[in-house]
Ligand binder design. Structure first.
Ligand code: PHE
Length: 448
């Protein structure tokens, strides 16, 4: 196979920021707070952090090692290491395509909400019920969410078309610091609201009476999705790492930033929720219904809600870029096409899937299977089946199938760095991760 000239990320910081851009997304800001809210707050956070460290980091390291060692797209990477295991590569590109189907739709909603906030449209509504009907009317409208899905896909396309360095790397270097800044400003604002400290207590004071085996498994599943583990994103980004990038440090820094963003998002949302006396267990509509209603009770509501939805747009965009890139570089390298043509093919496929997912919530209600809309189906199949399966086989692959020296060699950059925690990491990779993932998997399928 011919090896074409491939781009690399410039500095050490870029590797961290770009990968953190993939990890930080709607999973942190939209999903984490409501899942934590439903599962008892502080206790959930503690279990979540343990899951990130014990399960997330070892698998992330495996994916980094595979990508950086081969410097190829996800399919090419697995095939280079073992032709029999190239099926794992196909799972790694199919999953991002299906995730794009629903993720782009929710991303489109965030864009729509940002624009509504900006034009002051929300200030004309007052009751939480009115926000709820607005949300339902919007998501079920046949063409509006579709339009925003398409716009968001084209935004993503624009960055991808600029290339790995000028598009992906440069946008992450601007968007990630901006995202952190906005989050800190919003969190301080929320905590200072009257009664806001109750929300802080809720997030940090562990209430173990709420912890059940399913809480543990939910935390693990959330860690998985949030760190972008189990599909080709990390392999693909690591294929642009330089050979002297310290992948252990990179993984720990990405895991830290991802968790920090989830905690900060909790600090934006819970104090606000508690300050107006709403229950923190509103579920998925927390961000699109409860929060705008809360903002509306505050002075300068337009400003706060615009900033908040801008934050969601940025977070979503850095993630859709990573999902798009997995597919683009696959089409480019495996089908021998130009990057431009590859990017358009991927964008076209994403728009078709996104449109079908969006319509399945309203005008095309017939588009469902077993009581689940096409939108929910994409979410379910990827998050509950394809990602855990991918993660499981990745552990088996690097822990058992590949040469025992493969991981230590990649972690030390072939002897240039010292290896401190290998016995622990090896054990996590070979035993703890596969067993625990198997449990999540069975629980998600309702077997346990
Ligand atoms: N990690 C992203 C989030 O938290 C979602 C994502 C999953 C992105 C898988 C890429 C790959 O929103």
């Amino acid at each position: 196979m011919k090896t074409t000239h491939r781009a690399t990320f410039g500095g050490r910081l870029s590797a961290v920021l770009v990968t953190a851009g993939s990890a930080v997304g709607l999973g942190n800001i939209w999903r984490f707070p409501y899942v934590a809210g439903e599962n008892g707050g502080g206790a959930f956070l503690l279990i979540y952090i343990l899951s990130v460290l014990l399960l997330g980091v070892p698998i992330m390291l495996s994916e980094f090692a595979i990508g950086r060692n081969t410097h190829r797209n996800a399919v090419g990477a697995y095939r280079t290491l073992s032709s029999r295991w190239s099926i794992l590569g196909y799972n790694s590109i199919l999953a991002p395509l299906l995730i794009m189907g629903f993720y782009l739709v929710v991303s489109g909603w965030t864009l729509e909400y940002m624009i509504h906030s900006l034009t002051g449209e929300f200030t004309r509504i007052s009751t939480p019920e009115a926000y709820e009907s607005l949300f339902n009317a919007f998501t079920q409208n046949p063409w509006k969410p579709l339009l925003y899905t398409v716009v968001f896909t084209l935004l993503t396309h624009g960055v991808i078309a600029l290339g790995v360095q000028k598009g992906i790397e440069r946008s992450a270097r601007i968007m990630m610091p901006l995202l952190l800044l906005i989050l800190v400003v919003l969190a301080v604002h929320s905590i200072l609201l009257p009664g806001g400290t109750e929300g802080v207590k809720f997030l940090f004071a562990p209430d173990f009476s709420k912890v059940t085996p399913s809480t543990v498994l939910t935390a693990l599943g959330q860690a998985f999705f949030s760190l972008s583990i189990g599909l080709g994103c990390l392999v693909t980004y690591a294929s642009y790492f330089k050979n002297d990038t310290n992948i252990t440090h990179t993984a720990l820094q990405v895991a830290f930033i991802d968790t920090l963003v989830a905690v900060l998002a909790g600090l934006v949302i819970f104090p606000a929720v508690f300050s107006v006396g709403i229950e923190p267990t509103a579920g998925p509509s927390l961000v699109f219904v409860t929060l705008p209603a809360i903002f509306n009770t505050l002075p300068l509501s337009m400003v706060w809600s615009t900033i908040f939805f801008l934050l969601l747009v940025i977070a979503a965009l850095t993630s859709t870029i990573s999902l798009h890139e997995v597919l683009t570089v696959y089409v480019q390298e495996e089908w021998h096409l130009s990057r431009r043509a590859a990017a358009w093919i991927v964008t076209g496929a994403c728009i078709v899937l996104g449109a079908a997912a969006s319509l399945s919530l309203g005008a095309w209600q017939w588009l469902q299977l077993g009581g689940k809309s096409f939108f929910d189906l994409l979410d379910f199949v990827t998050a509950n089946i394809m990602l855990p399966a991918g993660g499981f086989f990745i552990c088996i692959f690097t822990g058992w199938v590949l040469d025992r020296r493969f991981m230590p060699a990649e972690l030390t950059n072939h002897g240039a760095l010292r290896l401190h925690l290998w016995p622990l990491l090896g054990m996590l990779l070979r035993w703890v991760c596969p067993v625990v993932i198997l449990l999540i998997f069975l629980d998600n399928l309702g077997v346990l």
